[in-house]
Ligand binder design. Structure first.
Ligand SMILES: Nc1ccn([C@@H]2O[C@H](COP(=O)(O)OP(=O)(O)OP(=O)(O)O)[C@@H](O)[C@H]2O)c(=O)n1
Ligand SMILES: O=P(O)(O)OC[C@@H](O)[C@@H](O)[C@@H](O)CO
Length: 403
């Protein structure tokens, strides 16, 4: 767990992700939470976002009976952890209630699932949620009893008369769109669900309203980032793919090995490239565990600078490491393998990199070779940058340096 998050953890926290809908507005036979986004089910992206938050002990996913096996298969294929699957109800509120019941006295006694102090409720079809905002919501819920994410309205809200004419319109500046995640002290929201009416359960859409109405708890409203939107229509799936592509193509993690020359080269390159990429960090060895943390931050494009005398050993190591960490990456990982261009061994190097690339392709890792002239002055860095910028431009991908 990152030190910062551990210090700021809001105490025992769990998440309930309603995923029991049929996605009628999106159309098609597959419920939208199981539709692929960049080759991976939408719900898997959301689960991955929650799994990156180490202070959330349990993630309860609520799915329809007919999707239970599919959900379990997704959990297994993508190696999701801390997940409990629960059967959905006929409506979203009933599904959420089913998810909360897992923690109730009669349920959790004797199971590994502990009743949380704070529970986060988040639609499984909202894949873009980050740890900082979740922490803000959970901390506010712990303090105020309930917290809700809001976003400015894009369109004005109006009410119509029964015969279809304008009745009144709401002043847009005074109103907000209620989004997810929402967070609650567990007892506040559980009691609300226990006491609400069937009408609430069958026709309601707002958990914050239940907390106010039945637990007399006014939620703290917190404006969230723009990406909290819910996948509802087909276009939202395309938008989700674009957001993910944009996010992974900016990230760059610079890694060098322990030689002074390569660390210095990596730092130099960091200075050159950080204007073009969101550089994640410079590590000094592929095998120190902080690399896992950096990769855990999901970096997907890499440059591997091999020291002069090696036979692309560094690229081999990087590929091996990526294959273990990214068990089922549905978007390609890219490595630009940089090595020194010595005339007497150029053809040998090119054939070696081609073989490497061919093997790596089977694990959805794309490997490209970049030869730079070998004289050891700071032009080296300039050459690499020029080559990388050219490579990145064509590959529109970011890179990590491993020298
Ligand atoms: N009986 C239901 C209905 C909805 N949901 C979940 O609640 C979230 C938000 O609901 P919504 O966007 O309305 O999903 P659907 O009901 O699937 O969409 P539609 O209304 O278009 O059918 C989704 O993750 C959905 O799977 C649920 O868990 N149980
Ligand atoms: O109404 P739907 O079931 O489509 O989606 C649920 C949304 O209403 C809900 O997620 C937010 O408005 C916050 O309550």
């Amino acid at each position: 767990m990152e030190g910062g998050a551990e210090r700021r953890s809001p105490g025992l926290c769990a998440a309930v992700l309603p995923a029991g809908g049929c996605g009628e507005r999106l159309g098609g036979s597959t419920p939208k939470q199981f539709c692929p986004v960049l080759g991976r089910p939408l719900i898997s992206h959301t689960l991955e976002a929650f799994e990156r938050v180490s202070w959330i002990q349990d993630i309860i996913v609520v799915v329809a009976l007919e999707s239970l096996d599919l959900m379990k298969a997704i959990i297994q294929k993508y190696g999701h952890k801390r997940i409990t699957v629960v059967k959905a109800g006929e409506t979203r509120h009933r599904s959420i209630f089913n998810g909360l019941k897992v923690f109730s006295e009669e349920c959790f006694a004797g199971t590994a699932i502990q009743k949380p102090e704070v529970v986060i409720i988040h639609d499984a079809v909202r894949p873009f949620v980050d740890e900082d905002f979740l922490l803000k919501m959970a901390t506010s819920a712990k303090l105020y009893g309930a917290a809700g994410a809001i976003r400015p309205l894009v369109s004005t809200v109006i009410a119509s008369t029964s015969d279809g004419y304008l009745d009144y319109s709401l002043e847009r500046a005074k109103h907000r769109a209620s989004e997810m995640p929402q967070a609650f002290q567990f007892d506040v929201i559980y009691q609300a669900y226990q006491q609400c009416t069937d009408y609430d359960l069958d026709f309601g859409t707002e958990c914050l309203h239940l907390a106010l109405q039945y637990s007399n708890t006014k939620a703290k409203l917190i404006e969230g980032p723009p990406d909290l939107w819910k996948v509802t229509y087909k276009r939202d799936l395309y938008a989700a793919e674009s957001v993910i592509k944009e996010r992974i193509s900016d990230d760059l993690c610079i890694v060098t090995n322990t030689t002074e020359e390569s660390i210095q080269f990596g730092v130099l390159l960091h200075e050159k490239l950080h204007l073009h990429f969101n550089v994640k960090g410079v590590s000094s060895n592929l095998f120190e565990n902080h690399l896992e943390n950096i990769f855990h931050e999901k970096c997907y494009s890499f440059i591997c600078i091999n020291v002069q005398e090696s036979e692309f050993e560094e690229t081999h190591k990087l590929i091996d490491l990526l294959q273990t960490i990214y068990v089922c990456s549905s978007y390609p990982l890219v490595i630009v393998s940089v090595s020194y261009d010595e005339c007497n061994s150029r053809s040998n190097k090119l054939s070696k990199i081609q073989t490497l690339a061919k093997d790596a392709r089977k694990s959805n890792i794309l490997v490209y070779g970049l030869l730079i002239n070998s004289h050891k002055d700071n032009k080296q860095c300039h050459c690499v940058c020029e080559g990388l910028t050219a490579a990145a431009a064509t590959l529109s991908l970011s890179l990590v340096i491993y020298a």
